[in-house]
Ligand binder design. Structure first.
Ligand code: C2E
Ligand code: CA
Ligand code: CA
Length: 585
C-alpha cells in the first residue's frame, strides 16, 4: 500500500487538482493545455465568484490555485485572502494579461507564490514548474502521513481498529462514562482451535475467516460499540452503553450466536468457535490495561471450561487453579451424569406431613469424592455452565418425581434456579417443554429463586417470573432476609412462597433479633397472602416455636437431611412425617 504512494511529482500523467479562478473559459482551457503539455493530468474546476470559491474550498481539496488577476466582481487578491483565511497550505499562482512589475511585486508580497503571463502561456516558467512539483510532493506526503496514521491505528487485514486505537477509544469512553457514573464492558474474544484451521486451510483462507469474523462481530454489536482486532485470532469489543454485567453477557451470547453460522470457504462450511472473557468498568478495573488483563483472565476461564463466555470475578484470579480444573471437568460431569440429586422433604407445620421435596444437587467426583453445591454453583454461574446444569437438574428432578408418582408417592418437586437462569430468554419455554415431556402438571413444580437474583435485573426477572406464572409453576423466594428486596417489588412478582433463610431459624433460640425477624417475616408473608417456609429446622424446640408463630411449613435436619433417592423412598415409607400410616393407639 505504501508503494502506491511513491512520491512522483513531475512524471508523465501526474494527477494535479487545480482550482482555476478565471472568468474566461478560453483562458482556463489554455491553462489546462499548458499543464497537460508539462506532463500533468489535471482535474480542474473553474470558478469566478467568491461564493463559488468558498464552496470549492469547503468541499474539495486542491493541489494548486491558478487565478486571474482581475475578474468582474472578484479579484486575484480577494481569492488569495480566502485561502489565507483558511490557513491552507496551497500554492497560489496569478495569471494575468498585462501585469506590471509593480503589481507583480505587490501580489508576491501579499503571499502569492508565483505568476504567469497570459500572452506567454506556451510554456510554464521554471519557477511555476517547481511550484507545481512541490505541491504534488506535499500532497503525496500528506497522503503518506494519513496512511501511516491509518496503519498505526488500524488492522490492515480487517480494517478494524487495532489495540492502539482501542486503547484511545476506551480512554475516551471511560472519561464520558465515568462522569456519568455508568458502566462500560470490554469483551475479549479468542477463536478456538484457529491454528488448526490455519494449518488445514492455509493462511490465505485463515485470513478470509478472520475478515469475516471481524465483519460478523461488527454486525452483532451496537452503533456506539467498537470492534477491534488485537492480533492473531484475538478480537476485542468495547461496549460503550451497557447497563449492567448481565447486559454484557447478553451481548457476548449474541456474538457467540452470530459466529455459530458456519463460514463458507470454497463451498465448504467451516465451524469456528470462540471464547469470550468480559470485564466491566468500574467493578473490575478503571483503565484500559486492567480491564483488558481481567477480560483476559475471564477469557482463559471460558476457554478452559468450554463455556463460551465468562465474566471476570476476583475469585477467578485467586485460588483459581483447582477451581479452573473443576470447571473444566464440570461440563463433562454434566454430560456423564456425575451429578446426583438429593431430596429434602418440606413438612407442613400443622399436619406434620410431607408437602414437597427440594432437589439439591451434588457432584460425585471420581477423584475428589462428593462436592457440595457451594463449591461449584457460583463458578458455574460465572462461566455460563449454570445453564446446562440447571437443565440437567430440572430434567432429573421431573423424571424422579414422575417415577415416585408411579409407585404411589406423588410429591411436589422444588428446584433451585440461579440468578443467571432468570436472565435466559427461553427459560419459560424450556421449562414448559420439560413439563410436557414428563407429563407433569405445572403446579407440581416449584421454582426457588434467591433474593439476590431478583435484585440483579428486576425487569427481566419480572418478565420471566410472569411467564412462568402463566405456565402455572409455583415460585418461591429463597434465602429470604439475606438480600434487600423491597416489599413493593415483591408484591409485583407472582410469588406464592417465601423461605426464611436458615441463618435466622438456627439463630432464633439464642438471638432475640432473629426471633423478631422470623416473626415479622411470617406476618409480612401472611399479609401478602404468601405461604412461608422455614429452612434449617434442626431441633424440636425450633419446630414448636415455629408452630406457635403460625409458620406454614418447615425443612431441616430435625425431620430429614437431604437424602439420596433410595434413602428418600425409605424415609417416605417409614417416617411419621412421610407416608407412613398413623398407628392406631
Ligand atoms: P438452599 O437452596 O438454601 O438449600 C438449602 C441448604 O440448606 C442445603 O444445602 C441443605 O442441605 C441445607 N440444609 C437443609 N436443612 C438444614 C438444617 O437443618 N441445618 C443446616 N445447617 N442446613 C440445612 P446444600 O444442599 O449444601 O445446598 C446449598 C445451596 O446450593 C442451596 O441452598 C442452593 O442455593 C444451592 N443449590 C443446591 N442445588 C442447586 C441446584 O440444583 N441449582 C442451583 N442453582 N442451586 C443449587
Ligand atoms: Ca432452595
Ligand atoms: Ca435457602
Amino acid at each position: 500500500m505504501i508503494k502506491a504512494l511513491r512520491i512522483n511529482g513531475g512524471e508523465m500523467g501526474t494527477p494535479l487538482r487545480v482550482l482555476i479562478v478565471e472568468d474566461s473559459i478560453e483562458d482556463a482551457a489554455l491553462i489546462l493545455d499548458r499543464l497537460k503539455a508539462s506532463g500533468y493530468d489535471p482535474f480542474s474546476r473553474r470558478i469566478d465568484t467568491e461564493r463559488a470559491m468558498n464552496i470549492a474550498l469547503d468541499q474539495e481539496s486542491w493541489d494548486v490555485v491558478i487565478s486571474d488577476f482581475i475578474l468582474p466582481g472578484f479579484s486575484g487578491l480577494a481569492a488569495l485572502k480566502l485561502i489565507q483565511a483558511r490557513e491552507l497550505d496551497l500554492p497560489f499562482i496569478i495569471v494575468s494579461g498585462k501585469i506590471g512589475e509593480e503589481t507583480a511585486v505587490e501580489i508576491m508580497r501579499a503571499g502569492a507564490n508565483d505568476y504567469m503571463m497570459k500572452d506567454n502561456l506556451t510554456r510554464l516558467s521554471p519557477a511555476v514548474e517547481r511550484e507545481l512539483r512541490e505541491a504534488v510532493i506535499r500532497r503525496n506526503h500528506k497522503q503518506a502521513e494519513k496512511m501511516i496514521k491509518y496503519i498505526a491505528y488500524n488492522d490492515l487485514l480487517t480494517s478494524l481498529p487495532n489495540r492502539v486505537l482501542l486503547h484511545d477509544l476506551v480512554k475516551k469512553v471511560l472519561l464520558d462514562r465515568a462522569a456519568e457514573g455508568k458502566p462500560i464492558a470490554l469483551l475479549l474474544l479468542d477463536l478456538d482451535h484457529f491454528k488448526e484451521i490455519n494449518d488445514t486451510l492455509g493462511h490465505p483462507y485463515g485470513d478470509v475467516i478472520l475478515q469475516q469474523v471481524g465483519h460478523r462481530l461488527s454486525e452483532a454489536v451496537g452503533e456506539e460499540d467498537s470492534v477491534a482486532r488485537l492480533g492473531g485470532d484475538e478480537f476485542a469489543v468495547l461496549l460503550a452503553k451497557v447497563t449492567s454485567k448481565e447486559d454484557s453477557l447478553l451481548v457476548a451470547n449474541k456474538i457467540l450466536k452470530a459466529l455459530e453460522v458456519p463460514f463458507i470457504i470454497e463451498e465448504i462450511p467451516i465451524a469456528v468457535e470462540a471464547s469470550i472473557g468480559i470485564s466491566v468498568y468500574p467493578d473490575h478495573g478503571a483503565d484500559f490495561d486492567s480491564l483488558l488483563q481481567r477480560a483476559d483472565v475471564a477469557m482463559y476461564v471460558a476457554k478452559k471450561t468450554g463455556s463460551g463466555c465468562a465474566l471476570y470475578s476476583p475469585e477467578l484470579n485467586t485460588h483459581s487453579e483447582r477451581r479452573l480444573a473443576l470447571m473444566g471437568e464440570l461440563r463433562q460431569a454434566i454430560d456423564h451424569d456425575e451429578l446426583v440429586l438429593y431430596y429434602q422433604p418440606k413438612i407442613d407445620l400443622r399436619t406434620g406431613r410431607i408437602i414437597g421435596a427440594e432437589a439439591l444437587v451434588r457432584w460425585e467426583h471420581p477423584r475428589h469424592g462428593r462436592i457440595a453445591p457451594d463449591q461449584f454453583i457460583g463458578p458455574a454461574e460465572q462461566t455460563g455452565l449454570i445453564k446446562p446444569l440447571t437443565q440437567w437438574v430440572l430434567n432429573q428432578a421431573l423424571r424422579q418425581g414422575r417415577m415416585w408418582g408411579e409407585i404411589g408417592f406423588r410429591i411436589p418437586m422444588a428446584v433451585n434456579l440461579s440468578a443467571r437462569n432468570l436472565l435466559e430468554h427461553r427459560l419459560p419455554e424450556a421449562i414448559e417443554q420439560l413439563l410436557q415431556q414428563y407429563g407433569t402438571a405445572p403446579e407440581w413444580l416449584q421454582l426457588e429463586i434467591t433474593e439476590s437474583a431478583i435484585l440483579a435485573e428486576p425487569a427481566r426477572v419480572l418478565e420471566n417470573a410472569t411467564a412462568l406464572d402463566r405456565i402455572g409453576t409455583g415460585l418461591s423466594i429463597d434465602d429470604f432476609g439475606t438480600g434487600y428486596s423491597s416489599l413493593a417489588y415483591l408484591k409485583k412478582l407472582p410469588v406464592d412462597e417465601i423461605k426464611i433463610d436458615k441463618s435466622f431459624i438456627i439463630g432464633m433460640k439464642e438471638n432475640r433479633d432473629d426471633e423478631v425477624i422470623v416473626r415479622s417475616t411470617i406476618d409480612l408473608a401472611h399479609n401478602l397472602g404468601l405461604k412461608i417456609v422455614a429452612e434449617g429446622v434442626e431441633t424440636k424446640e425450633t419446630w414448636d416455636q415455629l408452630v406457635a408463630l403460625g409458620c406454614d411449613a418447615a425443612q431441616g435436619y430435625y425431620m430429614a437431611r437431604p437424602l439420596a433417592p433410595d434413602l428418600f423412598i425409605d424415609w417416605l415409607k417409614r417416617s411419621p412425617w412421610g407416608f407412613k400410616k398413623d398407628e392406631a393407639g
